[in-house]
Design a protein. Sequence first.
Length: 176
Amino acid sequence: MLPATEDPLTFVSKARVLPADEHRLRGTFAGMDRFVTSDRMYDPQKDGVVYFSLADDKNDLYRIGVDATDGSIVKNYGNYGVLYSIHIPTRGTDKTRYFLKPCGGVYAGVVTARTGWNADKSIIPTPKNKTFFGENAKQMDLADLGVYNNINSMWFEFSPPGASNLPVEFILMPAE
């Protein structure tokens, strides 16, 4: 940050590195992007409703890195900035409905979806019809990610959005 009246090229020579704040979300995280898939194919008729959590620091550990400005070890609480490539192998001729559920409070973001590796991506706002959701802990908020044929495996991309609360759950269920 610099004053509006300063010349950026001059200011950079005298700018100081700002000290870390109490949130410590500054750092370099080697191998930060994640590939997530299941151990077996999802069959909606046999498996019913299933879910998995992302950015919960239990099943999906927060990344550890280094703050290059002072050398300290930092933890990326929430895995903000991590790109998740999520592959859902499916089985059968039925259809599957997918949802994203915020579990930590107010949430707003976006997910991309594609059927098969080479298909075009569709961008899905989460939530679709309002600015944010998750503000009411007594209400179950779900972002509908769509219904897709099981003939092709599903691919989603997700990155924990800044200023949103985590974790989130991806939910799969039979479409009918």
